[in-house]
Design a protein around this ligand. Structure first.
Ligand code: CTP
Length: 403
């Protein structure tokens, strides 16, 4: 999954022949899972039609402050557009548009939107060779860069004029790849490795039966997705779960029982920065796994249970630089039990949820948590979706990592 998945991209198209490439550019953003809105300069409509761009972007194209032919015309709010966007890209950015951007000229909707945009702004210049080399263009690019805007440089090749040299709009695939890389490089968990356990474990009784629990894995998978979206390289060790994850930063390792989960965790633990144990690991397993299916008899059946290895506690014992986060699902005496676990398992903090809370528990889409750190400072959160809860937990982690 692209890092641009779900991101709101505002594409500004100015009037150069390379505008024809923006149809393909919009497709690339949509393919990456982004939402796209387009704002065109009026003159650029000669090069690529709003119909093409609105069809591909699945959104109306904006090009004027209001529709002059409509008596009841509505003002096209450039401030709203600028606020909507997670990122703005001006491509192609002509010499004219670049010069206007540097000077705060806003005689069209694209420029007014640029001036109101609060998000990162990328611009991809495209023009003829001599225009690209002109000191005024170089000056514009340098000035825009000093404003914090990010230049996606033009490339070399045959230009529409027939001349050969620098000035070609970067290829749409390369523009998207450039932005993806740039977005990634700024993510707070970039370069961090995070180990996450999720789901239940199944402890075999015989070849057919097992001891398991109701954990769906939802919470752990949401944490994995959110951490990956924040730039982390995630190792997700999951017990049997129907949850799906498709993210290029997430390596999923499927395990069945506590012993397998223990081994998988210890294989990766040494090299991770953070370990989050959200799995509902069985505390006991059958002392002996019967080789053949146990046959029904009239008498009652006793199964002797032996403790499983406590994965989280073992990670706590071998902790070096890692930030270690545990979960506690309690039914009574919640905070006291959670604090006990922080100490027993040598945790940096624990995420507590109580089965007494309505919005918390297995297989639900919501959760209600309290985060308690090793100094026993507690922070309570409202009932939220598990995606939002994952965001709260990772915000806490980012603060603790001091990144
Ligand atoms: N955990 C683990 N390995 C186990 C048992 C638990 O890694 N064998 C982890 C869970 O993933 C969770 C934390 O330990 O992060 C708390 O689990 P919990 O079952 O609530 O705690 P226990 O120590 O088993 O205590 P109790 O059952 O008495 O509540």
């Amino acid at each position: 999954m692209s890092i641009l998945n779900g991101k709101k991209v505002l594409l500004g198209v100015s009037a150069g022949i390379a505008a024809y490439k923006t149809a393909h550019l919009v497709r690339q953003f949509i393919k990456a899972g982004a939402q796209v809105q387009v704002v065109q300069t009026p003159a650029s409509k000669e090069f690529v039609t709003p119909l093409t761009l609105s069809t591909l972007s699945k959104n109306p194209v904006h090009s004027t402050f209001y529709n002059e032919e409509d008596e009841n015309a509505v003002w096209n709010n450039h401030v709203d557009l600028g606020l909507w966007a997670d990122l703005m890209l001006i491509a192609p950015a002509t010499a004219n548009t670049l010069a206007k951007m540097t000077n705060g000229v806003c005689d069209n909707l694209l420029l007014a939107t640029y001036l109101s945009a609060k998000c990162p702004v990328y611009f991809a210049p495209a023009m003829d060779l001599d225009m690209y080399q002109h000191p005024s263009t170089k000056d514009s690019i340098a000035k825009l860069t000093s404003f914090g805007n990010i230049c996606i440089p033009a490339t070399s090749g045959e230009l529409a004029s027939g001349l050969i040299g620098e000035g070609r709009l970067a290829e749409p695939e390369d523009i998207v790849a450039f932005i993806e890389k740039n977005v990634q490089s700024k993510l707070p968990l970039k370069g961090k490795k995070v180990l996450i356990t999720a789901g239940p474990t199944y402890e075999a009784i015989d070849p057919v039966r097992f001891i398991g629990n109701h954990s769906s894995g939802k919470m752990g998978f949401e944490i994995a997705k959110t951490a990956a979206n924040l730039g982390a390289e995630v190792i997700l060790v999951s017990g049997p779960s129907s949850q799906q994850i498709n993210h290029s930063f997430v390596k999923r390792i499927n395990v069945v029982c506590a012993e397998d989960m223990y081994n998988a965790c210890h294989e990766y633990y040494k090299n991770v920065d953070v370990a989050i144990c959200s799995a509902a690991v069985a505390d006991y397993k059958p002392a002996v796994v019967v080789a053949q299916k146990i046959k029904k008899k009239d008498a009652s059946l006793q199964i002797e249970l032996a403790p499983t290895k406590d994965i989280l506690a073992s990670l706590g014992q071998t902790k070096e630089h890692q930030l270690l986060v545990g979960f506690a699902l309690e039914t009574d005496n919640e905070e006291e039990n959670a604090k006990g676990k922080i100490q027993r398992k040598n945790l940096d903090f624990i995420v507590l949820n109580s089965l007494r809370d309505k919005g918390a528990g297995f297989a639900k889409d919501t959760n209600k948590i309290t985060i308690i750190d090793k100094d026993f400072q507690a922070q309570k959160f409202e009932t939220k979706s598990k995606t939002e809860v994952a965001g709260d937990i990772l915000t806490f982690i980012i603060k603790k990592l001091n990144v």
